[in-house]
Write a protein that binds this ligand. Structure first.
Ligand code: MN
Length: 219
C-alpha cells in the first residue's frame, strides 16, 4: 500500500498521549447506566451497532496490511491526508473507532457539573469561568453544521473548545483531547429528536467524567 510506504520510519507517540489497539473495548459502564440522560436503547444502537460497525469495517480494511499491527492513533495519522478512496475509508473508520472509545470514557453515571483542581484552574484561565466554558461548548455544538464532534482540547495557548466534522478528530491535528461529545444525530435522536443543545447541556451537567479529563491532562 502506497500510504504505508510514505510514512515508514516516522513512528512517534501521538500527541494525544494515548496508544490504543484496534478493537471494540467494553463499555466502561452498563448500557442503562447513563439513564435518564442517554437511554439504554440509544446506547445499545450507538455502541453495539454504530461503534461496532466502524471497528469491523476498519479491521477488514487493514487486514493483512502493514497497518494491521499499528496503534489506532498511528493509523489515524498515517491516513489523515489520504486522498485515495481506500485511505479515506481507513481514516474515517479509524477516527470514528477512536472518537467513540474516547466519548464513552468522557462520560460516567452521576458525572457532570464543575470540575475541580488543576483542570478547573485551567478552564478559568482559558475561558474566564466554568460558565463561559459551558456556553462555548454549547455554542460549538449548536454551530456544528451536520455530523461531528465537540471537544475540549489542550492548545499551546491553553484549553480550547473545538468542533470537528464527520469523522475528523484532534488526533489528526496533533491536539490532545480532554473530553468529547458526539453530535451526530445517532447520538441523541432517539432521546432528544432535534434538540441537540438539550442533549449537550445534559451531557455537560450530568455525564462528563472530569476525572478522565484530568488524567488526560497529565499524559
Ligand atoms: Mn456516534
Amino acid at each position: 500500500m502506497k500510504l504505508v510506504l510514505a510514512i515508514s520510519g516516522t513512528m512517534v507517540m501521538a500527541a494525544c498521549g494515548l496508544s490504543w489497539a484496534v478493537g471494540l473495548p467494553p463499555l466502561p459502564y452498563a448500557e442503562n447506566a447513563l439513564e435518564p440522560v442517554i437511554s439504554a436503547k440509544t446506547m445499545g444502537f450507538h455502541y453495539g451497532k454504530h461503534h461496532k460497525t466502524y471497528v469491523d469495517a476498519l479491521s477488514k480494511l487493514i487486514a493483512v496490511s502493514e497497518l494491521e499491527s499499528l496503534p489506532l492513533e498511528e493509523i489515524i495519522n498515517v491516513t489523515a491526508k489520504a486522498k485515495d478512496k481506500e485511505g479515506v475509508a481507513i481514516f474515517n473508520n479509524a477516527a470514528q473507532t477512536w472518537n467513540h472509545t474516547f466519548f464513552w470514557a468522557s462520560m460516567k453515571p452521576k458525572g457532570g457539573g464543575k470540575p475541580d483542581g488543576v483542570l478547573l484552574e485551567k478552564i478559568n484561565q482559558s475561558f474566564g469561568s466554568y460558565d463561559q466554558f459551558r456556553q462555548a461548548f454549547l455554542d460549538a455544538a449548536a454551530g456544528q453544521f451536520g455530523s461531528g464532534w465537540v471537544w475540549l482540547v489542550v492548545d499551546p495557548g491553553g484549553l480550547k473548545v473545538i468542533k470537528t466534522s464527520n469523522a475528523d478528530t484532534p488526533v489528526a491535528h496533533g491536539q490532545k483531547a480532554l473530553i468529547t461529545c458526539d453530535v451526530w444525530e445517532h447520538a441523541y435522536y432517539l432521546d432528544y429528536q432535534n434538540r441537540r443543545k438539550d442533549f449537550v447541556a445534559a451531557f455537560l451537567d450530568s455525564l462528563v467524567n472530569w476525572e478522565f479529563a484530568s488524567a488526560q491532562l497529565g499524559k
